[in-house]
Design a protein around this ligand. Structure first.
Ligand SMILES: Cc1cc2nc3c(=O)[nH]c(=O)nc-3n(C[C@H](O)[C@H](O)[C@H](O)COP(=O)(O)OP(=O)(O)OC[C@H]3O[C@@H](n4cnc5c(N)ncnc54)[C@H](O)[C@@H]3O)c2cc1C
Length: 433
């Protein structure tokens, strides 16, 4: 039997494993952390509150993936209608704002709608970057006030430094009638790319991966330090080595490339140009359930540190003790654009202050626990360096026979279903050789 090694035990590693087992192969998976699941891992704190490693819901429309995931949790999942909000300058607005301006100051609405109309009837704008796309889609005023501010917080860079390749269904482009309707009164247009989602009833999002250890031989606490593609040998931080017939890697490319012995300088430099945000997740456990009407809220104000809040206790009744609630805040940094150069305790304090300012936390709320977790690699930043750099890096990996997969192998803005499929695809490549 072929010895297939998978590096990384996230959901893309599971996808690869799932595909390999169809050909009767049980892969060896090596994981640097002491738990499996990567970004889809879940943790319970001392007070019985469950937090995923970043807010994770499954909103895939792919029926095959829906069935696979449902089977992994024995059909025990919550099926919920998503509720999303935005917070801007003290006002709460339904998501997406371009369809729900009702509630904003009238003068501002007039200005935003007028600029939208002006843009629609002006000469066609040449799209060189994300900012151009935003202005062409929404008009300058709206673009500057909402998505460009969010970009600064979430992607840690300016919209004019980003391309548009990552957009997919993420940003809805309204017609004039739709924008106007939402500005005049509340309505429910049902156009967002997430309408419903699923979430495991028990033990958090990682439950979707609970069959993983049966399908693969997973070795934890094994951080890859070096790969010799000629000898087909991998060395771990413990000094242990292993050989492989085929290897599939989900390791983030900026870490993977320098590990490869004799990687050309041009490839190492290209990998160094790939940018990703780092997320500081702050998890707060509270003695109250009515913390929010929505599962997630997007924050635009630059003086509130977090970009997004989610409320794990609203995803499954088993995520928090009865009559208690939980908040997870995402605050973003990046090595290239906004280095994380303060202690995470300071981020926790900033988050608590933002929660109080926006009214999510009230005076008198009892905070039972607060903690921060750092995701070194969170969201791939589609800056203007990405396209060229990724071509060089992927070309090299193909040349030396290292298959790559997942969000940080494909280096793309993938959701869990796409990462799973990416793992399957990498396994198919390996099997075809
Ligand atoms: C904040 C946030 C929220 C998200 N929300 C959603 C959502 O709601 N719905 C959704 O569908 N998707 C969501 N996603 C996307 C989703 O998390 C990813 O698509 C998916 O989890 C990526 O899986 P992966 O296997 O590619 O990467 P990972 O899960 O990161 O797996 C890679 C693995 O490789 C390991 N590794 C790294 N370096 C080494 C090394 N040197 N040696 C050995 N092992 C190593 C890591 O520890 C990790 O376990 C979200 C992502 C983030 C960051």
């Amino acid at each position: 039997m072929k010895k297939v090694v998978i590096l990384g035990s996230g959901i893309s590693g599971l996808g690869a494993t799932y595909r390999l087992q169809q050909d009767g192969i049980k892969p060896l998976v090596f994981e640097k952390d002491g738990y499996f699941g990567g970004k889809t891992a879940s943790f319970v704190n001392d007070h019985g509150f469950l937090f995923d490693l970043g807010p994770h819901i499954s909103f895939t429309k792919d029926e095959r993936i829906q069935k696979i995931l449902a089977k992994f949790v024995n059909d025990e999942y919550e099926s919920l209608h998503v509720k999303l909000h935005n917070y801007w300058n003290g006002t709460w607005l339904t998501h997406p704002v371009q369809l729900h301006m009702h509630g904003l100051p009238h003068d501002l609405i007039v200005e935003m709608v007028s600029e939208f109309v002006k843009e629609q009837h002006g000469p066609e704008r040449k799209i060189n970057n994300y900012e151009d796309w935003l202005v062409a889609s929404y008009g300058r005023k709206f673009a500057e006030l909402f998505p460009m501010q969010y970009t600064r917080k979430y992607h840690t860079t300016e919209a004019n430094n980003m391309c548009t390749e990552w957009l997919g269904p993420r940003m809805y482009r309204p017609s004039f009638e739709e924008m106007l309707k939402g500005a005049l009164a509340p309505w429910n247009p049902k156009v967002h790319y997430v309408s419903h989602f699923r979430y495991p009833t028990h033990n958090g999002f990682v439950s979707y991966l609970k069959e993983f250890p049966k399908m693969a031989e997973i070795t934890l606490n094994h951080e890859v330090m070096a790969i010799d593609p000629k000898k087909k040998e991998i060395r771990f931080s413990s000094g242990v080595t292993t050989n492989y017939d085929s290897v599939i890697s989900a390791i983030p490319l900026p870490d993977l490339i320098p590990m490869i012995q004799s990687a050309p300088r041009e490839v190492v430099e290209a990998a160094d140009l790939l940018s990703c945000s780092t997320c500081v997740l702050v998890n707060v456990s509270v003695d109250r359930t009515d913390l929010s009407e929505s599962h997630m809220t997007y924050f635009y104000d630059q003086d509130i540190c977090f970009s997004r809040l989610s409320f794990p206790h609203m995803l499954s009744p088993n995520n928090a003790p009865a009559k208690h609630g939980s908040v997870q805040a995402e605050t973003y940094f990046s090595k290239k654009y906004r280095p994380l150069n303060k202690p995470t305790d300071t981020v926790i304090d900033d988050v608590i202050s933002g929660l109080k300012r926006s009214g999510v936390l009230r005076e008198g709320d009892k905070i039972l626990a607060r903690e921060a977790r750092v995701l070194k690699y969170a969201n791939v930043i589609y800056d203007l360096d990405r396209a060229k750099a990724i071509e060089i890096v992927h070309g090299y990996l193909k040349e030396i026979g290292i298959a790559y997969c997942g969000r940080y192998g494909d280096w793309a803005y993938m959701w869990t279903d796409e990462s799973f499929i990416s793992g399957e695809r990498a396994a198919t490549t390996v099997l075809s050789k």
